[in-house]
Structures are given as structure tokens and as C-alpha cells.
Design a protein around this ligand. Structure first.
Ligand code: DP6
Length: 422
């Protein structure tokens, strides 16, 4: 395996993988173990500059067992999902040779080598943003690179899927579709790219990270309960989603924003409707989420055509997609009008990500937020409500690229001498 036995080399790879937000939602499995869904889904990949996972993976003859550290803390790797991903990647490992470092690993040796995995999100995990999607996709992608796996992205997506369903869509930039597939072994349940991130690069995405005290139901158990108890989910999966998938693919191909927005909003609302139809009912959105929907709906109706699409995953955070920078700046003004920061906040940490949208909105300091006039769609003063502190912060971002290997060794999260987290 190594040049000489007892040699303590460490071989590592670092990769960065984006998160994604579904605009046609995955909700419900037909196979819990293989993670096979009951309908297709479509997502937009978010710019990894603002939201991503970075993962370093390493092998060394000195490692005694497989280990993983997430956001600075060692956690157990014994979970079935991690193990399934590791097993699938290991079984596809191929011969590897680095002549410079004098490392040679034959296909059969990968089974005996233990891995160290160190992973970080560049956004707060507690924010409830789809961290599992980016995390599991990054784990699979980086291990595949390390072990010289030759499979293409769609085959890797079928492995990431077994870590977390939504992770399979994070193997691509731009727009991705997870095809549910028909096979019992899941071989055709893969993600494909519908369009890359350059296809529709006018889109601007604003995420409202909504304060939430409530403990949320995990997606995994929530969707299990929905499939077991909801009478609506069958109709959604068999009748509504197949039609919406076709329409959404067309809207994306044509960059038809009004159709895109109508479909995304309707699908988010229906996903939350099936959650409410679950026994016991699941409430992922809270009062602030509802007020954000009402703010966007009023504006869209006032303009006569959708300006912004909103979508909510299994939590209260709003992901809003606007057609271009101009509507994004108008949206941000409205959001800051309705949801000004808590009195002790500073603007720099209240709006993060692409701050140029803030400038476009004419907001340079907190006084500019206080001075914002009510948007024209709000006719009567009685319905003006400014809710200070109900949003923790906003992230301005855009559609982004798929996974990449970070070749610069200084970006590795693993110490090349010890094989331990830096
Ligand atoms: C609401 O992928 O987190 O975000 O497959 O059980 O890990 P598991 O669930 P997960 O579910 C995501 C659900 C969703 C919708 C979506 O991303 O399509």
C-alpha cells in the first residue's frame, strides 16, 4: 500500500459543495432505507460564496478508525446514512498513484484504509438552512475524488441521495432535477442538471432567517408521518407534482419568471398544506413566515405580475427569488420596512452576503431603514406593522455553481502531518 510499511503519509482532498433550495418540493419516501422519493423535485443551487459546506477527507495507514468532525466537533459516524455513503464510495474506489509523494493505493487496499472527515458550513447550522444537503453532497463528492472514483455526477448523486434525499441535487450548479425513478434498487433515482448557473443569472435570492424558538420536526420524521397519515399527499405526488415538474422545467428553460414564481409559491404552499394535513399536524412556518408571504403576495398582486417567488422548507425561513437586481432592491426595501432589525443590531450583520443589493436599495445605515416609507401596495395605515427583531438577519445571494475541489492545500481543514483537524 505505502512504499514501506509503517510509513505515516496522509493523503487528503478538500471540496466545496453548495446548498440548494427546492422550488418543487421532495416530501415523502417510498423506500426509507434507500431514500427513494414519491415524486420528482426541482431545486435552485445557491451561491457557495454565501452558503456552502467545505469538507476535507483524508486517508493514512496511521488512522485506526473512520472519524468525522462537523463544525469543530467530533460526531459519531455509525449512523446508517453515513455508513451507506462510505460503503458505496469505497466499493467504487480505483487504483491511485502519486509518484511525487510515493503513495500507491491499489483498488483492494481502499477497504482497509480508514478515513478522517472534517466538515464546516460557512453559515450558521442553527439557522435551519438546508445544511444536510450541502454536507452529504460534499462528503460524497470529496470521498469520490480522494478514492479516485470514476463515476459521473449523476451516479454520485444516487450515492449522496442515500445520505439525505435533497443532497443529490447539490451535485450540480444552477437548476437540478431529482428524478424519482422506478427501480426498486434505486439505480434510476438520480439528479440531473436542468441548466447551469449562467443560464438565468439575473435572479437574486434573499433569505430571511427567521427567529424561531420552537423545536422543529425533522424532515425525515415529518415526511414519514405525512406519508402514513395525510390523505392529500397521494394526490400531490401522483397528480399535482408531475404536471408542475413539466411546467417548471419549461419555465426555467424559457426564463419565464411569472410562471416560475407562480409554480414555486404554489408548491411551497402545498407542501405546507400537506404538513398541516399530517397527524399530528406539522407547523414549519410561523407568524413571521406568514407575514412575509402576505407582504410578497400583496406586492405581486399590486403589480399585476409576480415580482418575487417565495419558498419555505421544513422551517420558518423564507427564501425569496426575485427576477433581477432591481426587484431584489425593491424587495429588500419592503422587507426592511416590515422587519427592521432589533434596536441593538448593526446593519452589517443584519444584511449579509451580497451587500451591493443593500446599496441599490438606498440603505446605507440604520437611519435609512427607519426612514423607509410604506410600500405603495399598503393602502390603509391600520395594516402597517413594523415587527422589530422578528427576522434574525437576511442573506442576499444568487444561483451558484456546483461542487469543486479546492486544490490549494492551505484551504484544507486537515493537518497534512497529523491527519487531524487543523
Ligand atoms: C422540505 O432531504 O432533509 O427540504 O431525505 O430524510 O434526509 P431526508 O430529508 P431531506 O428533506 C428535504 C425536504 C425539503 C424539500 C426539498 O428539499 O425538496
Amino acid at each position: 500500500m505505502a512504499k514501506e510499511s509503517g510509513e505515516k503519509w496522509v493523503l487528503s482532498v478538500t471540496a466545496q459543495t453548495p446548498t440548494n433550495i427546492a422550488v418543487i418540493k421532495y416530501w415523502g419516501k417510498r423506500d426509507e432505507e434507500l431514500i427513494l422519493p414519491i415524486n420528482d423535485s426541482i431545486s435552485v443551487t445557491l451561491d457557495p460564496g454565501h452558503l456552502c459546506t467545505t469538507t476535507s477527507v483524508a486517508v493514512s495507514p496511521a488512522f485506526t478508525h473512520d472519524r468525522i468532525w462537523l463544525n469543530g466537533k467530533e460526531v459519531s459516524l455509525s449512523g446508517g446514512r453515513f455508513q451507506n455513503c462510505l460503503r458505496e464510495i469505497r466499493s467504487r474506489a480505483t487504483d491511485f498513484e502519486d509518484e511525487k509523494k510515493g503513495i500507491k493505493i491499489a483498488k483492494k487496499d481502499w477497504e482497509k484504509l480508514c478515513v478522517h472527515i472534517v466538515s464546516y458550513n460557512n453559515f450558521p447550522t442553527a439557522a435551519g438552512l438546508a445544511s444536510s444537503a450541502a454536507g452529504l453532497a460534499c462528503l460524497v463528492f470529496s470521498l469520490a475524488k480522494l478514492m479516485n472514483v470514476k463515476e459521473d455526477h449523476s451516479q454520485l448523486s444516487a450515492i449522496a441521495r442515500q445520505g439525505s434525499g435533497s443532497a443529490c441535487r447539490s451535485l450540480y450548479g444552477g437548476f437540478a432535477k431529482w428524478i424519482m425513478g422506478k427501480e426498486e434498487n434505486g439505480s434510476d433515482s438520480i439528479a440531473v442538471q436542468l441548466a447551469d448557473e449562467k443560464h438565468w443569472d439575473d435572479l437574486v435570492i434573499i433569505i430571511a432567517v427567521v427567529s424561531s424558538k420552537q423545536k422543529e420536526t425533522s424532515s425525515t420524521s415529518g415526511m414519514r408521518n405525512t406519508v402514513e397519515t395525510s390523505a392529500l399527499i397521494k394526490h400531490r405526488a401522483e397528480v399535482v407534482v408531475p404536471k408542475r415538474i413539466k411546467e417548471m422545467e419549461e419555465a426555467i428553460a424559457k426564463r419565464d419568471f411569472p410562471s416560475f414564481a407562480r409554480l414555486a409559491c404554489a408548491d411551497s404552499n402545498q407542501f405546507h398544506a400537506v404538513c398541516l394535513d399530517t397527524l399530528p399536524p406539522i407547523f414549519y412556518m410561523n407568524d413571521t413566515s406568514h407575514r412575509i408571504i402576505s407582504c410578497v403576495e400583496k406586492w405581486n398582486r399590486h403589480e399585476g405580475t409576480p415580482q418575487v417567488a417565495y419558498t419555505f422548507d421544513a422551517g420558518p425561513n423564507a427564501v425569496m427569488i426575485s427576477q433581477n437586481r432591481k426587484t431584489a432592491a425593491n424587495l429588500l426595501q419592503r422587507l426592511l420596512f416590515h422587519f427592521p432589525p432589533a434596536s441593538d443590531a448593526d446593519l452589517n450583520s443584519y444584511v449579509i452576503g451580497d451587500k451591493s443589493i443593500l446599496k441599490d436599495a438606498g440603505i446605507h445605515d440604520l437611519k435609512d431603514i427607519d426612514a423607509l416609507a410604506p410600500p405603495p401596495e399598503i393602502k390603509d395605515n391600520a395594516s402597517i406593522q413594523r415587527s422589530r427583531g422578528d427576522v434574525s438577519y437576511f442573506i442576499c445571494t444568487r444561483p451558484g455553481r456546483g461542487p469543486v475541489v479546492l486544490a490549494d492545500e492551505s484551504q484544507s481543514l486537515i493537518n497534512p502531518e497529523t491527519g487531524m483537524p487543523k
